[in-house]
Write a protein that binds this ligand. Structure first.
Ligand SMILES: *[C@@H]1O[C@H](CO)[C@@H](O)[C@H](O)[C@H]1NC(C)=O
Ligand SMILES: *[C@@H]1O[C@H](CO)[C@@H](O)[C@H](O)[C@H]1NC(C)=O
Ligand SMILES: *[C@@H]1O[C@H](CO)[C@@H](O)[C@H](O)[C@H]1NC(C)=O
Ligand SMILES: *[C@@H]1O[C@H](CO)[C@@H](O)[C@H](O)[C@H]1NC(C)=O
Ligand SMILES: *[C@@H]1O[C@H](CO)[C@@H](O)[C@H](O)[C@H]1NC(C)=O
Ligand SMILES: *[C@@H]1O[C@H](CO)[C@@H](O)[C@H](O)[C@H]1NC(C)=O
Ligand SMILES: *[C@@H]1O[C@H](CO)[C@@H](O)[C@H](O)[C@H]1NC(C)=O
Ligand SMILES: *[C@@H]1O[C@H](CO)[C@@H](O)[C@H](O)[C@H]1NC(C)=O
Length: 465
C-alpha cells in the first residue's frame, strides 16, 4: 500500500468515528505526522562550486595548495609524519581558499593529532593517499586516549578524496575486555572525529580498522556524508561505523558500512538526521542509542531512514535504552528497508545492558513513541523478527507498522511485545496483534500457518549482540 492509499484508508476509518474515538483520532494524527516527517537536506550550493573542478590543477581555480609533502612528510608508512601534518594544517587553516592535500599512492604514519579551527572559509581537505595510525597501543599518546584524527571548530569545510583513513586497530582489539575478560575495560581511540563544526561535507573517503569507533560526528550542525565506506572486521569490538552525538541536520547518503558494532549509532541530543541508501553488514545494525546509561537523560528526535539494505547483521533497525534513564526517542520513520539474514530485524530494547554486571529493573526509562516502520521486508535469522521489549512503567506508544514482511528460511517468525502499543496497517508478517492493545505483558503471538496461539513472555535479551 502506498502512502496516499494509506492516508485514505485512515481517513475512511476516522471519518465515521469522528468525536467517538479520541484515541483513534490521535493515532491518525500521529501517522499523518510520521508520514510527513521530512528532514531538510539544506542548501548545498556552497559545495557545488568546490566539487565541480579539479581545482588545484586549474589555473583559474586560484586555490592555494598545501601539500603535506612540502612540509617534510615522507609517506613511506614508517617514518612519523605527524609534525608535517601539524605544520601543513597551521598553514592551510590560515590561508583563504586553500586545499590540504594528502597525495595519492603513499602511506602517511600519523599519531593522534588535533586539527583545530576556526580556519578561513571554504577549506578543502583532499585525502587521496592513506593515513595510518601507529599500531602499538603502548606507544599511544596518553594525552589523547580517545581520539586519533580530531577536527574541531570548522565551518564550511569539505573533506573529500579517494583516500583511506586506517586506524590499524588489530592490537587494540586484542587488548579489549570484550575479547578477553582478563583485560581491563578501557576506551580506545576513534579514527576520525568531527566536533563542534558546521557546514561540513565528507565525500568519498574510506575509513577502516579503527581502534574503536570509526567516525564520530559530535556537537555539530549541517553535516553531510556521502559515498563513504566504513569497514572493520565483524569481530572487532565496539567499532561503530558512524556515530552521531549532540548533532543536528546530519545527512548520511550512499554509505556502505560493515563493522564489529553498530553500522550507525545515533545518541543523545541529536535530531533531524536523515539516512538514505545505506548498506549495513556485517555489524550490529542501524541503531538509535544506547541512551539512558547511569540514569542519564537521552533525547533523539526526527530521524528518517529511507532505502537501506542490511545483510548478516545481528540487528536491523534497533532502538536501545538502559533502564533508569529519562528523556525520549520520538518521531522516527524507517522506510523501504530490505533485510537478509538479520538476527533481530526490528527491535526496541529498553532493557539494554552492555555491562559485565547485570542491570537491575528500574521504574524510570527513556520514553519511546511515534516510531514508524514501513515497507520492511526480508529474512530473519531468529524467531523474533519483531521485538518490542518496552519498560513496564514507561510503555512504548504509537508504534506504526505498515507493510512488513519478514520471513525465516526454516521455521516460524513471531512478534514479541512487552508493554508496547501501536497501529498496524497493511500486510504485516509476522502478525503483531500484541501491539494493538496497550495491555502490559501480552506475551508472544506465535504465527503458524493458520493457527495463532499466545505463549507467555520469554527472556528479554540483556546483553550486547
Ligand atoms: C513500498 O514498497 C512498494 C513496493 O516495493 C513501493 O511500490 C512503494 O512505493 C513503497 N512505499 C513507499 C511509501 O515508499
Ligand atoms: C608517534 O608515532 C611514532 C611511531 O609509532 C612513535 O615512535 C612516536 O613516539 C610517536 N610520537 C608521539 C608524540 O606520540
Ligand atoms: C572554537 O573556537 C572558539 C573561538 O575561537 C573557541 O572559543 C573555542 O574554544 C573553540 N572550540 C573548540 C572545541 O576548539
Ligand atoms: C587473556 O589474557 C590473559 C592475560 O593477559 C592471558 O593470560 C590469556 O591467555 C588470554 N586469553 C586468551 C583466550 O587470549
Ligand atoms: C543529553 O543532552 C542534553 C542536552 O544537550 C544534556 O543536557 C544532557 O546532559 C545530555 N546527556 C548526556 C548523558 O550527555
Ligand atoms: C540510578 O537510580 C537508581 C534508582 O534511584 C539508583 O538505585 C541507582 O544507584 C542509580 N544509578 C546510578 C549509576 O546513579
Ligand atoms: C546467514 O548468516 C550465517 C552466519 O551468521 C551464515 O553462516 C549463513 O551462511 C548466512 N546465510 C545466508 C543465506 O546468507
Ligand atoms: C525486568 O522486567 C522485564 C519485563 O517485565 C522482565 O521480563 C525481566 O525478567 C525483569 N528482570 C529482572 C531482573 O527482574
Amino acid at each position: 500500500m502506498d502512502k496516499l492509499t494509506f492516508i485514505c484508508f485512515l481517513v475512511l476509518l476516522v471519518l465515521p468515528l469522528r468525536g467517538a474515538d479520541k484515541d483513534f483520532q490521535d493515532q491518525f494524527k500521529v501517522v499523518a505526522k510520521l508520514d510527513n516527517l521530512e528532514v531538510e537536506e539544506g542548501d548545498d550550493e556552497l559545495f557545488e562550486e568546490l566539487l565541480d573542478i579539479p581545482f588545484w590543477e586549474s589555473q583559474r581555480g586560484s586555490k592555494n595548495l598545501v601539500n603535506v609533502d612540502g612540509f617534510g612528510a615522507t609517506g613511506d608508512g614508517k617514518s612519523d609524519d605527524t609534525q608535517a601534518f601539524v605544520k601543513a594544517w597551521k598553514q592551510v587553516c590560515s590561508t583563504p581558499r586553500s586545499v590540504f592535500l594528502v597525495p595519492e599512492g603513499r602511506r602517511y604514519l600519523v599519531n593522534a593529532t588535533r586539527f583545530e579551527g576556526p580556519c578561513s572559509n571554504k577549506l578543502i581537505i583532499q585525502i587521496d593517499g592513506t593515513i595510518v595510525a601507529p599500531d602499538e597501543p603502548n606507544d599511544w599518546d596518553p594525552k589523547s586516549p580517545r581520539t586519533w584524527l580530531g577536527f574541531y571548530n570548522l565551518t564550511n569545510t569539505l573533506f573529500q578524496g579517494k583516500g583511506v583513513i586506517d586506524g590499524s586497530g588489530a592490537k587494540w582489539w586484542a587488548a579489549s575486555c570484550k575479547k578477553n575478560k582478563s583485560n581491563p575495560c578501557k576506551g580506545a581511540p576513534t579514527a576520525l572525529t568531527i566536533d563542534s563544526s558546521s557546514g561540513v561535507r565528507v565525500k568519498g573517503l574510506t575509513i577502516q580498522n579503527s581502534q574503536q569507533m570509526n567516525f564520530i560526528i559530535a556537537r555539530s550542525d549541517a553535516v553531510r556524508v556521502t559515498d563513504v565506506v566504513v569497514s572493520a572486521p565483524e569481530d572487532s569490538p565496539n567499532t561503530d561505523g558512524i556515530h552521531i552525538t549532540g548533532s543536528t541536520n546530519v545527512i548520511l547518503q550512499n554509505c556502505k558500512i560493515g563493522t564489529g558494532d553498530d553500522c550507525v549509532s545515533i545518541v543523545n541530543a541529536s535530531s533531524n538526521i536523515k539516512m538514505k541508501n545505506i548498506y549495513c553488514g556485517p555489524g550490529h545494525g542501524i541503531s538509535i542509542g544506547s541512551l539512558g546509561k547511569d540514569n542519564s537523560t537521552g533525547i533523539v528526535e526526527k530521524v528518517v531512514l529511507e532505502n537501506a539494505f542490511l545483510r548478516g547483521s545481528t540487528n536491523g533497525l534497533r532502538i536501545k535504552t538502559w533502564q533508569g534513564g529519562s528523556g525520549h526517542v520520538r518521531s522516527i520513520r524507517y522506510q523501504n528497508v530490505r533485510m537478509e539474514n538479520v538476527s533481530n530485524p526490528i527491535i526496541i530494547d529498553q532493557f539494554y545492558c552492555d555491562s559485565p554486571k547485570s542491570c537491575q529493573n528500574q521504574t524510570s526509562a527513556v520514553e519511546i513513541s511515534q516510531i514508524m516502520y514501513r515497507n520492511v521486508t526480508g529474512t530473519s535469522k531468529s524467531k523474533n523478527a519483531m521485538k518490542f521489549a518496552c519498560s513496564d512503567t514507561v510503555p512504548c506508544t504509537n508504534i506504526v507498522l505498515n507493510n512488513i514482511n519478514l520471513q525465516r528460511t526454516d521455521g516460524t517468525v513471531e512478534t514479541y511485545c512487552n508493554s508496547a502499543a501501536g497501529i498496524i496497517n497493511g500486510y504485516v508478517k509476522p502478525s503483531a496483534e500484541c501491539l494493538s492493545s496497550s495491555d502490559k505483558d501480552m506475551g508472544t503471538i506465535q504465527e503458524n500457518e493458520d493457527d495463532i496461539t499466545t505463549t507467555r513472555s520469554e527472556h528479554i535479551i540483556h546483553t550486547e549482540l
